[in-house]
Design a protein. Structure first.
Length: 371
């Protein structure tokens, strides 16, 4: 077939069938369009095919990794860490370090924790304890306590100052970690500096290509020594779960150099403004729609949970069918949302990851639909 024909064959499949993450009506998932700087720098990444595994295979990229990690770590009260493919691997890595450093026997997390937390506990052979809320009666002396800064469902930020005598405190800030770089919203993660480990997905609110995440440690030397493995064919031990590690620091570094902290904060602030504006529009329709009544979900953490009243979304099984039907109708008009369920029925979920969104355009599309 040849290279040109191969690309021409794939073009309508890859480009024509893509999710339009940068569409003005797309406000649906924690998946942003990648920054133009990261797209350009990704060509360097894949073209040079660097591997952070070995100094011979990525001498300059390994140096960039150290510089960028050290800069990121300061915002979370940590002193180092490393890149991973995303927060699922990052959570596994952090909980693994907790087991090795503090000999934890169980992982304690709220019912709103990401499913990768239980997955990590299962892989590591640790008991997983799901709780409604922290109570003084819990014995956490042999536990890794996991706190979430930006739950997947509603964006809720749990109380990060809580320790309650736990052996290790881990913060899953996959979504909410980006707010730490905003002078306006950084306070929402106060207490994260007291955690022993923190994870953050740069392919969420840092607008990076998949997959780019970091795992950070308060005492990175101790933690990473415990999860490192050497071999005769390695110049330096591998740290963490992965062996081969792509140089995803290159696109991230390009973005940070172009934007600076102020540019990152500007986009996060704008995202939260868009989310809270949508929440006001939902609330201002004279009772036709409703906002979620629980913690989070009203835009302040970049996530809005809302629904149309009186169409069956309040129900259990049937509620999902109603939500999906209405979602398709909205998509036909150009409004893209996701669907999230809970004990009180089903909700539309709108997430502030698209910096190109036009909330007025989106809302007009919602009202034009038969919702």
């Amino acid at each position: 077939m040849g290279g040109f024909e191969a690309l021409r064959t794939l073009e309508p499949i890859v480009l024509g069938g893509r999710a339009r993450l940068d569409d003005p009506g797309f406000f649906a998932h924690m998946d942003p369009p990648a920054s133009i700087e990261s797209v350009a720098a990704s060509l360097w990444q894949v073209g040079t095919n660097q591997n952070l595994l070995h100094p011979d295979l990525a001498p300059s990229a390994r140096l960039l990794q150290k510089i960028v990690i050290n800069w990121l770590a300061e915002f979370f009260g940590c002193d180092g860490g490393h890149f991973v493919s995303g927060s699922s691997v990052a959570n596994l890595t952090a909980i693994w370090a907790a087991r090795e450093v503090k000999n934890v026997k169980k992982v304690v997390a709220s019912k709103k924790a990401h499913n990768s937390v239980k997955k990590a506990a299962d892989i590591l052979g640790l008991e997983f304890v799901k709780i409604e809320e922290l109570s003084s009666g819990l014995d956490l002396s042999d536990a890794c306590l996991v706190l979430t800064a930006g739950t997947t469902g509603s964006g809720e930020i749990e109380k990060l100052g809580e320790r309650r005598g736990s052996a290790w405190v881990h913060c899953d800030a996959a979504w909410g970690g980006g707010m730490r770089f905003s002078k306006k919203h950084g306070w929402k993660l106060d207490g994260v500096e007291n955690c022993d480990s923190v994870v953050f997905s740069c392919h969420k609110w840092f607008f990076q290509p998949k997959g780019c995440g970091v795992v950070l440690f308060k005492d990175s030397k101790t933690a990473e020594t415990k999860i490192s493995y050497g071999a005769g064919y390695l110049a330096t031990p591998t740290i963490g779960v992965a062996g081969t590690q792509p140089a995803n620091v290159i696109p991230l570094c390009a973005t940070l150099l172009a934007w600076g902290q102020e540019g990152v904060a500007e986009r996060i602030d704008r995202g939260i403004e868009n989310a809270t504006y949508l929440a006001r529009l939902v609330a201002g329709e004279g009772g036709k729609f409703e906002l979620w009544g629980g913690k989070g979900g009203k835009g302040e953490e970049g996530v809005v949970l809302w629904r149309r009243r009186g169409v069956g979304m309040e129900e259990g099984g049937g509620g999902r069918n109603a939500a999906e039907r209405l979602k398709r109708l909205m998509e036909e008009e150009g409004a893209f949302v996701s669907v999230s369920g809970g004990g009180d029925g089903w909700w539309f979920r709108s997430v502030a990851a698209n910096d190109f969104v036009d909330i007025d355009y989106l809302w007009r599309a919602v009202l034009r639909s038969s919702v």
